[in-house]
Design a protein. Structure first.
Length: 246
């Protein structure tokens, strides 16, 4: 029970990587708040996860929603030890083809949302004498990809923000790290792999010959959230089946 007694907020917790992390945290003894914009999906996830897991609907790009989410978590569980910034959107396009609306939405959720959530939990982590923030970035934080100009740029910002926040809060025993997954089999990426040729081409980009599964990211998240990683901050953990080693 590596997270026994700890309280975690996980954004984008209704499906995919976020739900898998919530399941792993509950198994390890944590009390978990999952957040997202789809209340039906969140409630279904809570039923599946079980244990001390509750759902709160929130849009992380809204400062008001973020404050309500964090206040509700404190009211329910009295403390916050862990934040997993997982909520994200992937809207395709090149610099010429992507719309201003899609570009702005990408940064509003993937970057502004991460900042708003982190800002809101930091006082509570300070009051608890420490905490762990785990940001879910992407292998595209490290390398480029065609037709992903907004997404790759936003995930590059996530990695940079991780390192900056790690330095700002290290003396307060608040650790900030990020995970950079390769392509993980989630609802977000399923629409880009609709045809067999596209799926095989993207699988072949990973030397291990397969997409990741949400559980492949959940286990490293447990490590970064737990006291086992007590001397780890500002780190970038790549979980990508060898994608970035090429």
């Amino acid at each position: 029970m590596r997270l026994n007694g700890k309280v975690a907020i996980i954004t984008g917790g209704g499906s995919g990587i976020g739900k898998a992390i919530a399941q792993a945290f509950v198994r390890e003894g944590a009390k978990v708040v999952i957040a997202g914009r789809d209340s039906n999906k969140l409630e279904a996830a809570v039923t599946e996860i079980g244990g001390d897991c509750v759902a709160i609907s929130a849009d992380v790009s809204s400062a008001n929603d973020v404050q309500k989410l964090v206040s509700a978590a404190i009211e329910k569980f009295k403390r916050i030890d862990i934040l997993v910034n997982n909520a994200a959107v992937l809207l395709p396009g090149t610099a010429e083809s992507i719309s201003e609306e899609d570009f702005d939405q990408t940064f509003a959720i993937n970057v502004r949302g991460l900042w708003l959530m982190s800002r809101a939990v930091l006082p509570h982590m300070r009051a608890a004498n420490g905490g762990s923030i785990v940001n879910i970035a992407s292998v595209l934080s490290l390398v480029g990809a065609r037709n992903r100009v907004a997404y790759a740029s936003s995930k590059g910002a996530v990695m940079a923000m991780t390192k900056a926040m790690a330095l700002d809060h290290a003396a307060e025993n608040i650790r900030v790290n990020c995970i950079c997954p390769g392509i993980v089999a989630t609802e977000m990426v399923a629409k880009f792999n609709a045809d067999e040729a596209a799926r095989r081409q993207r699988e072949a980009m990973h030397p291990m010959g397969r997409f990741g599964q949400p559980e492949d990211v959940a286990s490293p998240a447990v490590f970064l959230a737990s006291d086992e990683s007590g001397w780890t901050t500002g780190s970038v953990l790549t979980i990508d089946g060898g994608y970035n080693a090429q």
